[in-house]
Design a protein around this ligand. Structure first.
Ligand SMILES: Nc1nc2c(ncn2[C@@H]2O[C@H](COP(=O)(O)OP(=O)(O)O)[C@@H](O)[C@H]2O)c(=O)[nH]1
Ligand SMILES: [Mg+2]
Ligand SMILES: [Zn+2]
Length: 308
């Protein structure tokens, strides 16, 4: 019997079969998957094969995991060489940001976008709390829209509070499996609660961030949108580390640079001081935004620091 994993607690899973019936499933024995060592071989978003254990209590045993189109993983907090697979088979990553309360930094946005590029998941940027915007915040938003829109990312302005921008956003999510990411406090739970009344994801007071509950283990869960599409919520998860990111690869994860790389004279061009660099030329002519280029240079530096 085939099913899709909707929830993982690490030791058991909620799997929905193709008729829509939910099963509580466990893993049969030890499953070795891919080449990475994972503390949880099955992740939310995985398609699996399972055997019925006990029909009456809807319990099942997962026997196989189907090949993934992609997956996100992060280092286990306890074991450096173990990875935790967070979610699989994603079509989209929805990065929720805010100009105000809290302010999302562009450095954070860039790192999140790069992480998604590394996993081959397209991103959209959703700026929430539009209802709090005055001219000042709107100017910042317009600038984000110019910079990230120019790089090829859709940028939307919404308010979970008033409902502004919801129709357009929901239409972008239909028929897709979307990972919801973003800083704590930007309104991820509020958006989920708005779209999925009844699920009651706990929202957090802006005043209550002081670290309380930061270390409680929470697990990814997938939800079906009434309008179509699925959302994966990863509460408690903050930034994806840019694991194993190499200097030479970095520009491949900037889509506006990626498409120009053939034009650089050197194969291994880092787009700093090399002659005949298509990226620097594009920065000079304004095709690539200077802020994105500076962010690239900063990240390149930080990769250096980590390795030495
Ligand atoms: N003004 C305003 N506040 C919002 C909006 N969305 C969420 N909030 C508030 O921001 C705080 C954090 O929201 P929450 O959904 O818990 O953020 P999360 O940490 O990303 O899940 C809560 O107090 C929400 O009520 C919005 O669109 N406008
Ligand atoms: Mg939340
Ligand atoms: Zn170059």
């Amino acid at each position: 019997m085939r099913g899709l994993v909707y929830k993982s607690t690490g030791s058991w899973y909620v799997v929905r079969d193709e008729q829509g019936k939910s099963w509580n499933a466990r893993i049969k024995g030890v499953m070795k998957l891919d080449s990475i060592t994972s503390t949880n071989p099955v992740a939310v978003g995985d398609w699996v094969q399972m055997e019925i254990e006990e029909q009456a209590i809807a319990s099942a045993m997962i026997t196989t995991i189907e090949p993934r189109t992609n997956y996100l993983h992060r280092q286990s907090p306890r074991h450096k060489y173990q990875h935790h697979i967070v979610a699989a088979n994603l079509d989209l990553s929805m990065l929720i940001v805010t100009v105000k309360s809290p302010k999302t930094s562009t450095g954070f946005i860039d790192r999140c976008l790069i992480a998604s590029e590394m996993y081959h998941v397209p991103s959209i940027i959703v700026c929430n709390k539009a209802d709090l915007h005055t001219d000042k915040e709107n100017t910042v938003f317009e600038e984000w829209k110019r910079v990230y829109g120019g790089a090829g990312y859709p940028v939307l302005l919404v308010s979970a509070e008033t409902g502004l921008g919801m129709d357009e956003l929901l239409s972008m999510l239909s028929r897709k499996t979307t990972l919801v990411t973003g800083h704590s406090g930007v309104g991820k739970s509020s958006l989920l609660n708005r779209w999925l009344p009844g699920i009651n994801r706990r929202t957090q007071d802006v005043s209550g961030w002081s670290g309380k509950g930061l270390h409680t283990t929470t697990f990814a869960e997938m939800f079906e949108l009434p309008q179509g599409g699925r959302l994966i919520d990863t509460p408690g998860m903050r930034e994806f580390g840019l694991v194993n990111l190499e200097k030479a690869e970095l520009s491949h994860y900037f889509p506006e640079m990626r498409k120009l790389l053939d034009g650089c004279q050197y194969n291994n061009c880092q787009h700093l001081n090399e002659p005949q660099c298509a990226v620097k030329e594009a920065v000079r002519t304004g095709i690539i935004d200077e802020k994105r280029y500076l962010s690239y240079v900063n990240l390149l530096d930080s990769i250096d620091e980590r390795n030495y």
